[in-house]
Design a binder for this molecule. Sequence first.
Ligand SMILES: [Zn+2]
Length: 274
Amino acid sequence: MTALPAVHGVSPFLPLVVHAPHAGTHVPAVALETVLDPHHLRADLNRLTDWYTSDLFQLPGAALCATPVSRLVVDLERYTDDTLEPRAAVGQGVIYTHDSQGQRLRPELAPDQRRQWLDHWYRPWHLKLELDILGSLQRHGAGLLVDAHSFPARPLPNEDDAGRARPDICLGTCANTPGWLLDYALDWCGLQGFSVAVDFPYAGCLVPAVYAADRRVPAIMVEVNRGLYLQQPDPAAAPALGADYFRVKTALNTLLLGMVGRLLDFDVPADRYA
Ligand SMILES: [Zn+2]
Protein backbone atom coordinates (compact mmCIF):
# COMPACT_ATOMS: atom_id res chain seq x y z
CA MET A 1 0.00 0.00 0.00
CA THR A 2 1.26 3.49 -0.80
CA ALA A 3 -0.01 6.92 0.14
CA LEU A 4 -2.72 8.39 -2.03
CA PRO A 5 -1.81 11.14 -4.49
CA ALA A 6 -1.99 14.71 -3.26
CA VAL A 7 -5.15 16.77 -3.66
CA HIS A 8 -4.41 19.26 -6.39
CA GLY A 9 -6.18 22.38 -7.51
CA VAL A 10 -7.11 23.71 -4.08
CA SER A 11 -5.67 27.19 -3.61
CA PRO A 12 -4.60 28.04 -0.08
CA PHE A 13 -7.47 29.68 1.80
CA LEU A 14 -6.49 28.87 5.36
CA PRO A 15 -3.91 30.86 7.37
CA LEU A 16 -1.77 27.74 7.52
CA VAL A 17 1.58 26.88 5.95
CA VAL A 18 2.84 23.32 6.27
CA HIS A 19 6.55 22.83 5.69
CA ALA A 20 7.61 19.20 5.09
CA PRO A 21 11.34 19.53 4.35
CA HIS A 22 12.28 15.86 4.55
CA ALA A 23 9.54 14.15 2.52
CA GLY A 24 11.45 14.19 -0.79
CA THR A 25 13.05 11.04 -2.20
CA HIS A 26 14.39 12.31 -5.54
CA VAL A 27 18.15 12.25 -6.05
CA PRO A 28 19.06 14.01 -9.32
CA ALA A 29 21.68 12.23 -11.45
CA VAL A 30 24.22 14.99 -10.91
CA ALA A 31 23.93 14.48 -7.15
CA LEU A 32 24.04 10.69 -7.43
CA GLU A 33 27.37 10.99 -9.23
CA THR A 34 28.99 12.46 -6.12
CA VAL A 35 28.25 9.56 -3.76
CA LEU A 36 30.74 6.80 -3.12
CA ASP A 37 28.15 4.00 -3.27
CA PRO A 38 24.60 4.39 -4.66
CA HIS A 39 23.33 1.35 -2.71
CA HIS A 40 24.65 2.87 0.46
CA LEU A 41 22.86 6.13 -0.38
CA ARG A 42 19.57 4.28 -1.01
CA ALA A 43 19.78 2.50 2.34
CA ASP A 44 20.31 5.79 4.17
CA LEU A 45 17.55 7.47 2.16
CA ASN A 46 15.24 4.75 3.45
CA ARG A 47 16.39 5.43 7.02
CA LEU A 48 16.30 9.24 6.87
CA THR A 49 13.31 10.18 4.71
CA ASP A 50 10.31 11.50 6.63
CA TRP A 51 8.19 9.11 4.58
CA TYR A 52 4.88 10.42 3.22
CA THR A 53 4.86 13.51 5.46
CA SER A 54 3.80 15.67 2.49
CA ASP A 55 0.65 13.52 2.37
CA LEU A 56 0.26 12.84 6.07
CA PHE A 57 0.16 16.56 6.92
CA GLN A 58 -1.70 17.59 3.79
CA LEU A 59 -4.82 19.62 4.46
CA PRO A 60 -6.84 21.05 1.57
CA GLY A 61 -6.74 24.84 1.87
CA ALA A 62 -3.32 24.95 3.52
CA ALA A 63 -0.18 25.98 1.66
CA LEU A 64 2.23 23.06 1.45
CA CYS A 65 5.96 23.55 0.98
CA ALA A 66 7.53 20.17 0.22
CA THR A 67 10.45 19.67 -2.13
CA PRO A 68 10.69 16.43 -4.13
CA VAL A 69 14.46 16.44 -3.60
CA SER A 70 15.88 14.22 -0.85
CA ARG A 71 17.57 15.60 2.25
CA LEU A 72 20.56 13.52 1.16
CA VAL A 73 21.06 16.08 -1.63
CA VAL A 74 20.45 19.25 0.41
CA ASP A 75 18.82 19.39 3.84
CA LEU A 76 16.38 22.30 3.96
CA GLU A 77 16.25 22.15 7.76
CA ARG A 78 19.93 23.10 8.10
CA TYR A 79 21.84 26.37 8.16
CA THR A 80 23.81 26.91 4.96
CA ASP A 81 26.78 28.02 7.08
CA ASP A 82 28.34 24.89 8.58
CA THR A 83 29.86 26.96 11.40
CA LEU A 84 26.29 27.67 12.63
CA GLU A 85 24.96 24.15 12.01
CA PRO A 86 25.39 21.70 14.94
CA ARG A 87 24.80 18.62 12.72
CA ALA A 88 27.79 19.57 10.56
CA ALA A 89 29.87 18.03 13.37
CA VAL A 90 28.65 14.55 12.27
CA GLY A 91 28.94 15.29 8.55
CA GLN A 92 25.26 16.23 8.21
CA GLY A 93 25.27 19.94 7.55
CA VAL A 94 23.24 21.30 4.65
CA ILE A 95 25.03 18.91 2.26
CA TYR A 96 25.79 15.60 3.94
CA THR A 97 29.26 14.10 3.72
CA HIS A 98 28.42 11.23 6.11
CA ASP A 99 25.41 8.98 6.54
CA SER A 100 23.44 8.17 9.67
CA GLN A 101 25.80 5.28 10.41
CA GLY A 102 28.82 7.61 10.52
CA GLN A 103 30.13 6.28 7.17
CA ARG A 104 31.51 8.55 4.46
CA LEU A 105 28.79 9.27 1.90
CA ARG A 106 30.53 11.68 -0.48
CA PRO A 107 33.64 13.89 -0.52
CA GLU A 108 33.28 17.57 0.37
CA LEU A 109 31.95 19.42 -2.65
CA ALA A 110 34.11 22.08 -4.29
CA PRO A 111 32.91 25.61 -3.35
CA ASP A 112 31.42 26.29 -6.80
CA GLN A 113 29.51 23.03 -6.83
CA ARG A 114 28.23 23.61 -3.31
CA ARG A 115 26.97 27.06 -4.29
CA GLN A 116 25.23 25.62 -7.36
CA TRP A 117 23.46 22.97 -5.30
CA LEU A 118 22.27 25.54 -2.79
CA ASP A 119 21.12 27.84 -5.61
CA HIS A 120 19.25 24.98 -7.32
CA TRP A 121 17.75 22.98 -4.49
CA TYR A 122 17.86 25.01 -1.27
CA ARG A 123 17.22 28.72 -1.82
CA PRO A 124 14.17 28.38 -4.12
CA TRP A 125 12.40 26.31 -1.47
CA HIS A 126 13.21 28.71 1.33
CA LEU A 127 11.96 31.52 -0.88
CA LYS A 128 8.74 29.56 -1.49
CA LEU A 129 8.32 29.05 2.25
CA GLU A 130 8.73 32.77 2.89
CA LEU A 131 6.27 33.60 0.10
CA ASP A 132 3.71 31.08 1.38
CA ILE A 133 3.87 32.81 4.78
CA LEU A 134 3.72 36.25 3.17
CA GLY A 135 0.64 35.18 1.19
CA SER A 136 -1.07 34.10 4.40
CA LEU A 137 -0.15 37.38 6.10
CA GLN A 138 -1.56 39.34 3.19
CA ARG A 139 -4.82 37.37 3.15
CA HIS A 140 -5.35 36.88 6.88
CA GLY A 141 -2.91 39.07 8.79
CA ALA A 142 -1.45 35.89 10.32
CA GLY A 143 0.08 32.63 9.20
CA LEU A 144 0.42 29.51 11.33
CA LEU A 145 3.58 27.61 10.40
CA VAL A 146 3.80 23.87 11.03
CA ASP A 147 7.22 22.27 10.60
CA ALA A 148 6.16 18.73 9.67
CA HIS A 149 8.41 15.72 10.21
CA SER A 150 8.57 12.10 11.24
CA PHE A 151 11.27 10.22 13.09
CA PRO A 152 12.53 6.65 13.43
CA ALA A 153 11.13 4.58 16.27
CA ARG A 154 14.65 3.91 17.53
CA PRO A 155 17.62 6.31 17.59
CA LEU A 156 20.06 6.20 14.68
CA PRO A 157 23.71 5.39 15.44
CA ASN A 158 24.67 9.07 15.32
CA GLU A 159 21.90 10.11 17.76
CA ASP A 160 21.92 9.92 21.53
CA ASP A 161 18.61 9.81 23.41
CA ALA A 162 20.38 9.02 26.70
CA GLY A 163 18.23 5.92 27.11
CA ARG A 164 14.94 7.86 27.11
CA ALA A 165 11.96 6.18 25.39
CA ARG A 166 10.80 7.86 22.18
CA PRO A 167 7.23 9.23 22.27
CA ASP A 168 4.51 8.87 19.61
CA ILE A 169 4.63 12.62 18.94
CA CYS A 170 7.45 15.12 19.41
CA LEU A 171 6.51 18.81 19.54
CA GLY A 172 9.33 21.26 18.80
CA THR A 173 9.22 24.82 20.04
CA CYS A 174 11.02 28.10 19.38
CA ALA A 175 10.55 31.83 20.01
CA ASN A 176 7.54 31.71 17.64
CA THR A 177 5.68 29.07 19.69
CA PRO A 178 3.03 30.71 21.91
CA GLY A 179 1.67 28.89 24.96
CA TRP A 180 -1.83 28.51 23.46
CA LEU A 181 -0.42 26.66 20.46
CA LEU A 182 1.68 24.24 22.48
CA ASP A 183 -1.18 23.67 24.93
CA TYR A 184 -3.59 22.87 22.12
CA ALA A 185 -1.17 20.35 20.59
CA LEU A 186 -0.55 18.73 23.98
CA ASP A 187 -4.30 18.44 24.62
CA TRP A 188 -4.78 16.92 21.17
CA CYS A 189 -2.14 14.27 21.91
CA GLY A 190 -3.96 13.38 25.12
CA LEU A 191 -7.34 13.09 23.40
CA GLN A 192 -5.88 10.97 20.59
CA GLY A 193 -4.09 8.68 23.04
CA PHE A 194 -0.62 9.60 21.75
CA SER A 195 2.35 9.81 24.08
CA VAL A 196 4.15 13.13 23.62
CA ALA A 197 7.35 14.91 24.51
CA VAL A 198 8.34 18.53 23.98
CA ASP A 199 11.65 19.15 22.19
CA PHE A 200 12.57 15.47 22.43
CA PRO A 201 14.05 13.60 20.61
CA TYR A 202 14.31 16.65 18.33
CA ALA A 203 14.15 20.27 19.40
CA GLY A 204 13.20 23.55 17.81
CA CYS A 205 11.13 24.60 14.84
CA LEU A 206 12.34 26.07 11.57
CA VAL A 207 11.09 29.61 10.98
CA PRO A 208 12.51 31.84 8.23
CA ALA A 209 14.80 34.42 9.84
CA VAL A 210 12.67 37.28 8.50
CA TYR A 211 9.76 36.04 10.66
CA ALA A 212 11.75 35.10 13.78
CA ALA A 213 9.80 36.03 16.94
CA ASP A 214 7.05 37.59 14.76
CA ARG A 215 3.80 37.17 16.69
CA ARG A 216 1.83 37.07 13.43
CA VAL A 217 3.61 33.80 12.58
CA PRO A 218 3.00 31.32 15.38
CA ALA A 219 4.97 28.15 14.68
CA ILE A 220 5.40 24.64 16.02
CA MET A 221 7.25 21.53 14.89
CA VAL A 222 5.20 18.34 14.84
CA GLU A 223 7.14 15.09 14.47
CA VAL A 224 5.38 11.73 14.19
CA ASN A 225 7.02 8.48 15.27
CA ARG A 226 7.25 6.35 12.10
CA GLY A 227 6.23 3.31 14.11
CA LEU A 228 2.71 4.84 14.24
CA TYR A 229 2.13 4.84 10.49
CA LEU A 230 4.77 2.75 8.70
CA GLN A 231 5.77 -0.87 8.44
CA GLN A 232 9.54 -0.82 8.24
CA PRO A 233 11.01 -3.79 10.12
CA ASP A 234 14.41 -3.02 8.56
CA PRO A 235 15.02 0.76 8.64
CA ALA A 236 17.39 0.44 5.67
CA ALA A 237 14.60 -1.01 3.50
CA ALA A 238 11.82 0.97 1.81
CA PRO A 239 8.73 1.10 4.04
CA ALA A 240 5.07 0.30 3.44
CA LEU A 241 2.14 2.10 5.00
CA GLY A 242 1.06 0.82 8.37
CA ALA A 243 -2.50 -0.25 9.14
CA ASP A 244 -3.09 3.00 11.06
CA TYR A 245 -1.82 5.35 8.35
CA PHE A 246 -5.17 6.93 7.57
CA ARG A 247 -6.20 7.11 11.22
CA VAL A 248 -3.01 9.05 11.95
CA LYS A 249 -3.55 11.27 8.91
CA THR A 250 -7.12 12.08 9.94
CA ALA A 251 -5.96 12.79 13.47
CA LEU A 252 -3.29 15.18 12.15
CA ASN A 253 -5.97 16.92 10.07
CA THR A 254 -7.90 17.62 13.27
CA LEU A 255 -4.74 18.99 14.89
CA LEU A 256 -4.05 21.33 11.98
CA LEU A 257 -7.67 22.48 11.77
CA GLY A 258 -7.89 22.88 15.52
CA MET A 259 -4.77 25.04 15.68
CA VAL A 260 -6.08 27.20 12.82
CA GLY A 261 -9.37 27.44 14.72
CA ARG A 262 -7.57 28.76 17.80
CA LEU A 263 -5.67 31.25 15.65
CA LEU A 264 -8.94 32.51 14.11
CA ASP A 265 -10.81 32.24 17.39
CA PHE A 266 -13.28 29.56 16.43
CA ASP A 267 -13.48 26.19 18.08
CA VAL A 268 -12.77 22.84 16.46
CA PRO A 269 -13.11 20.15 19.13
CA ALA A 270 -9.79 18.34 19.38
CA ASP A 271 -11.58 14.99 19.57
CA ARG A 272 -13.70 15.67 16.43
CA TYR A 273 -12.57 12.45 14.73
CA ALA A 274 -10.90 10.69 17.65
ZN1 LIG B 1 12.58 15.61 9.37
